[in-house]
Every structure is written in structure tokens, then in C-alpha cells.
Design a protein around this ligand. Structure first.
Ligand code: FAD
Ligand code: FO1
Length: 454
């Protein structure tokens, strides 16, 4: 086995044994919607090459992904359309199946007598459930490849980590070994000699429709745009990241989270580009702390904590302190509709909400303040959690992601944080308010920018 094969092999695992079919290898793509820098596709291609089989990628498009809007689907579809064209150039088939994987994959795989099924890794409940059902119903082997984390989530830790300081040393120990360049996918020499693949109707319709109305003008969908945005960030803006990333009035963050969420950009490629750049080590480490440690900590939380989006998922100390302050009088209580419409008494919060709704993004620093106020202004922590997740998932282009559930659990429930000075409603959960924001950046300028966009 050569170095490339070994590198591919350590990114995945076998989820279910089975009887190999005679047909092509199938990669059921879900979280990692890209051709380049995709260990799951490389794994599937390696299997297909060894056994001289065709290779096909399948995406199961469900119409009702939780809290996803037409804008989110449009962004995703544009990326998939580009992906299909690219796969075609590599002689790799592509199919969109418009049902959930557990409902549609077994019969599809049976029809083509698939050799085996490869899937990408995702800690979220919906994906775990789909995989469980597939394990029960498939007769062919199912392999899973983590192409979202640099070190596969099940390798880096076998338990829920307490905080960044417990995961960081585990990552640091192996990062040099895993943070490699990623081999290129090859033109596939074996045909998938089945019915010709046509552009699925959904891609056609949405591709054309969404060209006229751009829901997110600040970010162009697709793998090529993602790669360009990553290069531009590393070459032109990463140098100022340490100084500017906490100021919402400055474009200091990378803005790459939508690409990472939809898998149009490989986190490993981005980390590799950053680590190889000539920038000062401190700058690189600050960015890699977010991209690698914090992001992989979020996957760790969602993977090992099945209640990642519920009060029960908060640590003991946080549940205890929130319970003790459950009956504290709230100075303001807002409904979901009032929050959604951004009509609270605090203009900064309303500006954040409007920013989120209008642009599909909210600056990382403001996300913490935004979520913590929801805890302060709702009747109980369970309601706060429900509202924060609903609004984040509904409006944020990068929502519906482990980073979102973990960021909200950090803000409302002390996950990966520690106890702070006790106060009303929050108990010992870290507090944030508008005055704190004023100390960090020009609040009036931010508010004016948001409301003048109308
Ligand atoms: P950059 O600062 O450029 O960071 C680069 C990448 O590092 C990010 O794209 C992300 O993948 C990772 N990263 C950065 N900060 C964090 C963090 N705190 N935790 C985990 N990974 C991080 N992130 C999402 O991707 N989707 C969400 O829905 C989401 N919701 C959040 C909600 C709340 C209440 C909080 C506090 C945080 C949330 N985050 C979420 C995490 C973080 O705020 C965003 O990842 C970041 O602001 C995205 O912008 P960027 O890509 O420009 O970040
Ligand atoms: N994944 C799928 O496999 N099929 C879908 O139809 C689908 C829709 C979708 C819509 C919005 C969105 O933000 C994500 C969506 N995803 C879908 C999942 C996504 O690929 C991610 O894997 C998870 O949301 C985060 O891990």
C-alpha cells in the first residue's frame, strides 16, 4: 500500500459489513458537497479502482430539511450543479434522489447492484438516524469517512470533551501527521454503464431561477467560488485577523462559514493553506484555534452528546444554576415573533436580528451577545434554547450546523465554558450586555450600517 492509500484509509471506518454487489461503488454525499479535497470521494474512488468498477455520487435532496429555507436550498443547489459538471469531467456519475436516504437508497443501490456504499461523517441527529436505518436495511457494506474534521471525530476522542483545553492537546499531538496536502481525484477509468445521467430537473429549475434573485449577494455559491474566497482571505486578510476579528464594523473574519457548512470548502485545505502561509505563527495559531480546535470541539459535542440542542445537554453545574434562577423575574419577556421581527427595547439587539434576517449572517462576536439576550428575555432556559436555535437555523446561511448548536449551548448553557459571578436569571452563566459591546466596537456605527441597508 502506498502513502496515498494509507492516508485515505485512516480517514474512514466500516459501519456495516455485507455482501459486495457486482456494480459500481456509490458515494452518498451529504455534508461534504465538493469534488476536490474530499476524502470520502477519494475513498470511494480507491475502492472502485481496486475492483475495476464505475463510481457514482448520489445526493439525497429532501424537501424539508429542518428550518432550511428556499435561500439555503438555492445556495446548495448551485453548488451541486457545479459539482455535477465537475464529476462528469472525471467520468464519475451523479444522481440526485429526491427522498430521504433511508427511504430511497436501498432500492437505488439494489437496482444498480452497487458494490458498496460510502458516506461522509456528520454528528447531527438526522444523519445518525439515517445511517442507523441504512445499517439495518442494507445488504452491502457501508463505509463512513470523516472529510470534515482534520482528524476523524472518533479517533481524536472517544468521549465528550469538557472544554477546548481538553481537546486541544489531543489535536496538537497528531495535527502535523494529519494536516497534510490532499491527493487529487483522478479521471475515473471505469464507466458506470447504466442509463445516461441527465441533469436533474431540480438543479435545472433552481439553477436558473436563483440566478435572478441573489439571496446572499455577499457570497457566491460553489466549490470554485469557495476556493477563490479562501485564497483571497489567506493572502489578503488573514494578516489582520488577530486585530480585527472581534470588531463587527470591520470585515475581519473570513466569511467562509457557509462554504464550510455546505462542504463546498474543505476545512483541511483551508488549514493547510493557512499553515503553509508566510504569516506570523501567532496569526496562524489564532485562526487555526477557531477553524480546527473550536470547530472540531463542536463536532465532538454533537457526536457524543445526543441532547446537544436541549437543556439536558448542558453540564451539571449549568443546569443547577439555571434551575436555581428559573423563577427570577425577567425585566422583559418577548415572544418568538417579537424576537424574529427585531422589536425589542434594545436597538443593538434589533440591529443584530435585522442583520441576520437581511444578510443571512451575524458577526461571531455579536452572535454571543444576541444569544445571551434571548436567555435574559424569555420565560425559561428551555424556551430560550428553542428560540435561539429556531432563529439561527432559519436565518443563518451557515445554520443547521454543529457549530451553531454548540455556540448556542455555550452562550445559554455554559457548554465548554466555566462558572462566572452569579447574577439574576443567568445564574453563573457568563453574562454579556450592550455596555460590553460598546467597550469592544463602535455600536452606533454598526447599528447605522444595518438600518441604512434598507
Ligand atoms: P472565522 O472567524 O473566519 O473562523 C473560521 C472558521 O472557524 C469558521 O467558519 C468556523 O468553521 C470556525 N469557527 C470560528 N469560530 C468558531 C466557534 N466559536 N465555534 C466553532 N467553530 C468556529 N458557526 C457556524 O458555522 N454556524 C452557525 O450556525 C453558528 N452559530 C453560532 C451561534 C452562536 C450563538 C455562537 C456564539 C457561535 C456560532 N457559530 C456558528 C460559531 C462562529 O460564530 C462562526 O463559525 C463564525 O462567526 C463564522 O464566521 P467566519 O467563517 O467568518 O469565522
Ligand atoms: N443534507 C442532505 O443530505 N440532503 C438535503 O436535502 C440537505 C438539505 C439542507 C438544507 C440546508 C442546510 O443547511 C443543510 C442541508 N443538508 C442536507 C445538510 C448539510 O449538508 C449538513 O450536513 C448539515 O446541516 C450540517 O452538518
Amino acid at each position: 500500500m502506498n502513502r496515498k492509500n494509507i492516508d485515505i484509509m485512516r480517514r474512514g471506518r466500516c459501519l456495516a459489513q455485507g455482501q459486495h454487489g457486482q456494480g459500481p461503488v456509490v458515494y452518498w454525499m451529504s455534508r461534504d458537497q465538493r469534488v476536490e479535497d474530499n476524502w470520502a470521494l477519494l475513498w470511494a474512488q480507491q475502492e472502485a479502482l481496486i475492483h475495476q468498477k464505475g463510481l457514482i455520487v448520489v445526493f439525497c435532496m429532501i424537501p424539508d430539511y429542518p428550518e432550511a429555507t428556499s435561500g439555503h436550498y438555492s445556495f446548495m443547489r448551485k453548488g451541486l450543479k457545479e459539482l455535477q459538471e465537475k464529476l462528469n469531467q472525471y467520468n464519475i456519475g451523479f444522481r440526485i434522489l429526491e427522498q430521504s436516504p433511508d427511504a430511497v437508497l436501498p432500492s437505488f443501490l439494489g437496482t444498480i447492484d452497487a458494490r458498496l456504499l460510502v458516506c461522509d461523517f456528520d454528528p447531527l441527529r438526522i444523519k445518525q438516524q439515517w445511517k442507523k436505518m441504512l445499517i439495518d436495511s442494507l445488504e452491502i457494506p457501508l463505509h463512513e469517512v470523516d472529510t470534515h474534521n482534520i482528524v476523524p471525530a472518533w479517533i481524536i476522542s472517544d468521549k465528550k470533551e469538557y472544554a477546548a483545553y481538553t481537546l486541544r492537546p489531543k489535536i496538537k499531538r497528531v495535527l502535523d501527521d494529519y494536516l497534510t496536502d490532499i491527493p487529487a481525484v483522478q479521471h475515473h477509468p471505469f464507466n458506470w454503464n447504466h442509463a445516461p445521467l441527465v441533469v436533474p430537473e431540480t438543479l435545472h429549475k433552481e439553477g436558473i431561477a436563483s440566478q435572478t434573485t441573489e439571496a446572499y449577494p455577499w457570497v457566491q455559491a460553489g466549490e470554485a467560488a469557495a476556493s477563490m474566497a479562501a485564497s483571497n482571505f489567506v493572502q489578503q486578510r488573514l494578516g489582520n485577523y488577530v486585530k480585527t476579528r472581534n470588531n463587527p464594523c470591520i470585515d475581519g473574519q473570513s466569511g467562509l462559514s457557509p462554504y464550510l457548512h455546505f462542504g463546498q470548502l474543505s476545512p483541511q485545505r483551508l488549514a493547510w493553506m493557512v499553515s503553509r502561509s508566510d504569516l506570523p505563527i501567532g496569526t496562524k495559531e489564532t485562526f487555526l484555534e477557531e477553524l480546527v480546535v473550536r470547530r472540531e470541539l463542536a463536532d465532538n459535542f454533537c457526536y457524543y452528546e445526543s441532547a446537544y440542542d436541549r437543556f439536558a445537554g448542558f453540564p451539571d453545574w449549568a443546569r443547577k444554576t439555571l434551575d436555581q434562577h428559573r423563577n427570577d423575574k425577567r425585566a422583559y419577556v418577548y415572544s418568538l415573533a417579537e424576537l424574529e421581527n427585531g422589536i425589542t427595547h434594545e436597538i443593538l439587539w434589533n440591529a443584530c436580528q435585522q442583520d441576520l434576517v437581511q444578510s443571512g449572517k451575524l458577526h461571531g462576536f455579536l452572535r454571543m451577545y444576541w444569544a445571551k439576550k434571548i436567555l435574559e428575555w424569555t420565560p425559561d432556559p428551555e424556551t430560550a434554547l428553542e428560540y435561539a436555535i429556531t432563529l439561527n437555523d432559519r436565518y443563518s446561511l451557515d445554520g443547521r450546523d454543529p457549530n451553531g448548536y454548540t455556540g448556542i449551548a455555550w452562550s445559554l448553557g455554559g457548554v465548554h465554558d466555566r462558572a462566572w459571578r452569579e447574577r439574576s436569571v443567568f445564574g453563573k452563566i457568563r453574562y454579556m450586555n450592550e455596555a460590553g459591546c460598546r467597550r469592544k466596537f463602535d455600536v452606533e456605527r454598526y447599528i447605522a450600517t444595518v438600518f441604512n441597508k434598507d
